[in-house]
Design a protein around this ligand. Structure first.
Ligand code: PEP
Ligand code: MN
Length: 352
């Protein structure tokens, strides 16, 4: 599908486009809409050289293959107008901020509950809290089933949705049974296709959304969208994509920040993008700038590790959690960027 920059191609431009696609045994079929005409390419429309030649024409805005491998997550799929609602908030309508501990300390539930109230007061839309944790070392604290009660208690006390990561079927069953609002699939499991399928199946027709992190080793954005497609194909299309930094390449940041892929994701999928700046840069002092950059790049929201007393945290909290006070200011600034962004069309970047 060829989309011109203007509302339609001139006769001369159309002639030029036709002459290119015919070299690749394709045909052009104009489709006239109310506001603009788009041009379907019939034949093997994914021929890379042809696509690049068309994209090289300065009057062409986009070239989208209609027969996408992403039957459900593609921006042109039947689900293109599908919207995800979590805790009564529609993703894409206002910034969606998830905040809270990396890890819930089962020995100190009050700390988590204090943070839960504080992030709600700061303006967060949902609370994060790791019941189970993927740890590099098998001897580090791995989380505990008993923390699920604390997470659900936080939802009951604050009235806002909760998010936690699941890594296997045992954890998935407990989380679904408890009615967790957002299931997080971590970077390490983003390519665990059996788990992705299972999550799709077990959450189909349930008011549970999935926050799918980008794996550290993921390359092209298609690999990321394909992982989301697994969950959707399993039965739950409520998938948010979460860039969280890829393998480290810089001395100081924990991972290589990748919030800049948001516009690329939005060219291809309708799925909301909720960026994780905490695991990306990995230090509390860098998190606000990374969060604001993510919003400037067009994210629908951010997930930020936040702790009322970071030094008392376990897991990642001591090094990368911001405080609720910082979060409060950050959310105000996120809202300001959200307004500024309205001057631009985020789905198809263009000048004003
Ligand atoms: C987390 O969110 O605490 C976490 C472990 O994230 P990731 O899977 O992105 O490393
Ligand atoms: Mn963490």
């Amino acid at each position: 599908m060829i989309i011109p920059k203007e509302s339609k191609l001139s006769a001369e431009q159309l002639k030029e486009v036709i002459s290119i696609v015919e070299e690749y045994n394709c045909r052009v079929q104009p489709i006239e809409g109310h506001h603009r005409t788009i041009y379907a390419v019939l034949g093997e429309e994914r021929e890379t050289i042809m696509v690049n030649r068309i994209l090289g024409l300065d009057y062409i805005d986009r070239f989208d293959a209609v027969d996408s491998p992403f039957k459900l997550m593609d921006v042109h799929s039947e689900l293109a107008n599908h919207r995800i609602v979590v805790g009564g908030k529609m993703l894409g309508e206002d910034p969606f901020v998830i905040a809270g501990h990396c890890t819930i300390d089962p020995k100190n539930p009050e700390l988590f509950l204090e943070t839960a109230h504080a992030v709600k007061e700061a303006g967060a839309s949902a609370i994060r809290g790791g019941v189970w944790k993927p740890r590099t070392m098998p001897y580090s604290f791995q989380g505990d089933d008993s923390s699920m009660k604390i997470l659900i208690e936080a939802r009951e006390q604050t009235g806002i949705p909760v998010d936690t990561e699941v890594m296997d079927e045992h954890q998935l069953n407990i989380a679904v049974e408890a009615g967790v609002d957002i299931l997080q699939v971590g970077a390490r499991n983003a390519l665990n296709y059996s788990l992705l399928k299972k999550i799709g199946e077990l959450t189909a027709d349930k008011p549970i959304a999935v926050l799918l992190k980008r794996s550290m080793g993921m390359g092209p954005v298609n690999e990321f969208i394909a992982a989301a497609e697994y969950i959707a194909a399993g039965g739950n299309p409520d998938v948010m994509l979460c860039p969280r930094g890829t393998a480290p390449t810089m001395d100081t940041y924990r991972n290589h920040p990748d919030e800049s892929i948001t516009p690329l994701l939005k060219e291809k999928t309708w799925a909301p993008v909720v960026v994780d700046p905490s695991h990306s840069v990995g230090r509390a002092k860098y998190v606000p700038s990374a969060a604001l950059a993510a919003m400037a790049y067009g994210a629908d929201g951010v997930i930020i590790e936040t702790h009322c007393q970071p030094a008392k945290g376990i897991g990642d909290d001591p090094k990368q959690s911001i405080t609720p006070k910082v979060l409060e200011k950050l959310i105000q600034d996120i809202n300001a960027i959200w307004e500024i962004r309205k001057h631009y069309n985020n789905r198809v970047p263009q000048t004003v």
